[in-house]
Design a protein around this ligand. Structure first.
Ligand code: FMN
Length: 312
């Protein structure tokens, strides 16, 4: 069965991509390309390199999903300048799409990161305004997704900078889950002004907490972390459906959050209005040799086949 689809004008061999957070380095991408996704979103990359929240447990799964507070460990814009060309070549040789997730500290950093990504030949830049795990010492930084003014400054800076040289560059926006539809609609009205190619929804739900035997599951950032996996699924689905309602129809939607089966893929595409989906926790928390995406694809094909009229 032909599962090919087109996302923001990009041809995908099927609609399942690997989302941001798991793969950042050249040798990690080589491994990611062996997983059967149609493409990989690498990153997030910040302007300066960051060690992240590394002294303790920062990504743990449990019965309702997973918590992470990795704090964006990465080698910064200089790594992209030096390695992105080679990473793009590697992905394209494997006939896969490569997106790069960026998260600056301010609009100018976002704009410069985005330019480096596009000049490095990636298929698209993902403007990540939803990271909940950046802490400065004891204080957590604001999540830009929840600050319309800050969000507009970032989106405007990226769009103006990149489009001044590359009018057709693919800009994606990665949003946090919203619990207030008025705020979601306000953010979408800004997105409709700048018209990025696609919106990816959702990032993790900020400030989840879980404990085991009286001890916090995460031992960094006071036990707080972004919540992902199965429990996030209803929230992310609701957000996808609301974005479908408020975004201009030419802006594609990518669903992410708790997607781990062919049924999830089908629901996101057939019912919720997404063009493609991403998987993160189901891959990050899997057993080394578990072919998560292969299994999802087989199930998805079976669902589509069962829907086709019988020929005999
Ligand atoms: C360990 C980990 C690291 C992540 N890092 C990033 C990141 O750097 N940038 C980003 O946009 N999202 C990041 N995310 C969020 C995921 O891309 C995804 O939006 C979220 O986890 C929901 O999908 P899931 O339930 O399939 O994990 C990260 C998630 C996890 C679990």
């Amino acid at each position: 069965m032909n599962l090919e689809t087109s996302l923001a004008g990009l041809r995908l061999s099927h609609p399942i991509l690997i989302g941001a957070g798991l793969f950042k380095l050249e040798h990690e991408l080589a491994k990611a390309l062996l997983i059967g996704a149609a493409g990989v979103e690498i990153g997030g990359f910040t302007y300066e390199s960051r060690e992240g929240n590394k002294d303790g447990r920062n990504f743990e799964s449990f019965e309702y999903g997973a918590l992470n507070s990795r704090g964006l460990p990465n080698l910064g814009i200089n790594y992209l300048r030096q390695h992105l060309n080679a990473m793009v070549a590697m992905a394209h040789a494997a006939k896969k799409v490569l997106l790069v997730n960026v998260a600056g500290d301010n609009p100018d950093q976002f704009a410069e990161l985005a330019m480096v990504v596009i000049e490095g030949g990636a298929d698209g830049v993902v403007v990540n305004v939803g990271c909940p795990n950046k802490w400065s010492g004891d204080k957590q930084e604001r999540v830009i997704s929840y600050d319309p003014r800050g969000f507009e400054l970032v989106l405007q800076a990226v769009c103006e900078n990149v489009r001044s040289k590359y009018p057709n560059a693919r800009i994606f926006v990665k949003l946090s889950p919203y619990f207030d539809y008025v705020l979601l609609a306000e953010i979408d009205s800004l997105i409709n002004i700048y018209k990025p190619a696609a919106v990816i929804a959702t990032n993790t739900a900020p400030n989840g907490y879980w404990s085991k035997d009286g001890q916090p599951l995460l031992t960094v950032t006071k036990g707080f972390g972004g919540y992902s996996g199965v429990g996030l699924r209803p929230i992310s689905r609701g957000n996808t459906r609301l974005h479908k309602q408020y975004l201009d129809p030419e802006i594609d939607l990518v669903a992410v959050g708790g997607i781990n089966s062919g049924r999830c893929v089908d629901e996101s595409i057939t019912e919720d209005g997404a063009t493609a989906v991403q998987v993160v926790t189901a891959i990050g928390a899997r057993h080394e040799r578990d072919d998560v995406i292969g299994r999802m694809l087989t199930d998805y094909v079976e669902i589509l086949e069962a829907r086709q009229p019988a020929t005999v």
